[in-house]
Design a protein. Structure first.
Length: 287
């Protein structure tokens, strides 16, 4: 296992890892020209994820994967747009813009909170402690591959829209607006959370969006992909099955991410009262 103590070296290493992963994904995608879009793109995405996983083992830190969630969508969709046989429409340009705004914001937040390769996300450490000998499998399947599959299916409608989409409709603008609003919601929630952490008062954050909701940032992530799905489907005809990605993303947050975060918060004194007065997602007063 390689230990990297300096934060700036960690940034450079992760940049090299992700450039290598992108290159591998492109090579795999081009090596499967006879395949249809979905399996071809999926295999390429999975190959890139496996490479990132191998580097996470090399550095003994599953957080090597953390930027993948926000880096993968704009890279894949932009490469598809560049290689498309048809010019981009207004609808697909707006769709790409929404994804890039979301990705830049989320990646910037990761970079701001990243402490270097000596630090690992508390969730991964908890899973390691709980699962014991099963952790290598959980690390690969749960921490790396499952999120890759979730975000893959979330961006799949946009991929088809970029390659095959038609003219923009009112639903296109509504979907893009929803995604941009979701990115703004996440931005505000993250700024409020970082300010709360800098104060070092401990306890529960009860200001701004967090006053009435325990996970407004997760709400933004859920709304983001429903916006992408709506905008994409407005450019395609009758492909409601492509809503699967947004639905899967929602289920992941409701069934995995939120309960895991709540269990950690439950260890704090006063959690029962805090939970009774705040909603899961919606930042509106609770009766």
């Amino acid at each position: 296992m390689i230990t990297v103590k300096h934060r700036w070296k960690s940034y450079l290493i992760l940049l090299a890892v992700y450039l290598a992963a992108a290159a591998l994904g492109i090579l795999v995608y081009r090596a499967l020209p006879a395949w249809s879009l979905t399996p071809r793109l999926l295999v390429a995405d999975a190959a890139a994820t496996v490479l990132v996983f191998l580097f996470s083992l090399l550095f003994g830190n599953a957080s090597v994967y953390d930027p993948y969630w926000s880096v993968q969508p704009p890279v894949i969709l932009t490469l598809l747009a560049i290689g498309a046989d048809r010019p981009l429409t207004l609808g697909t340009v707006l769709l790409l813009l929404a994804v890039w705004v979301w990705a830049i914001r989320l990646t910037a937040n990761w970079a701001y909170t990243f402490h270097g390769l000596t630090h690992q996300d508390w969730r991964y450490t908890m899973l390691s402690e709980v699962t014991g000998k099963l952790y290598p499998f959980i690390n690969f399947a749960g921490i790396h591959m499952f999120p890759t599959l979730v975000v893959f299916f979330a961006i799949l409608p946009a991929a088809y829209a970029i390659l095959e989409g038609g003219s923009a409709t009112p639903l296109t603008f509504l979907g893009v607006a929803l995604s941009l609003l979701a990115a703004l919601l996440q931005l505000v929630a993250d700024i409020e959370m970082q300010a709360f952490r800098r104060r070092g008062t401990g306890g529960f954050i009860r200001v701004g969006l967090w006053r009435h909701a325990r996970h407004p940032n997760y709400l933004g992530e859920i709304l983001m992909w429903w916006g992408v799905a709506l905008a994409s489907l407005s450019l395609l005809e009758g492909r409601l099955y492509l809503l699967f990605g947004a639905a899967l993303n929602t289920v992941m947050f409701l069934v995995v991410s939120i309960p895991m975060a709540d269990r950690r918060q439950a260890k704090k004194e006063g959690y029962a009262e805090y939970r009774a007065h705040t909603r899961h997602l919606l930042p509106i007063p609770k009766k």
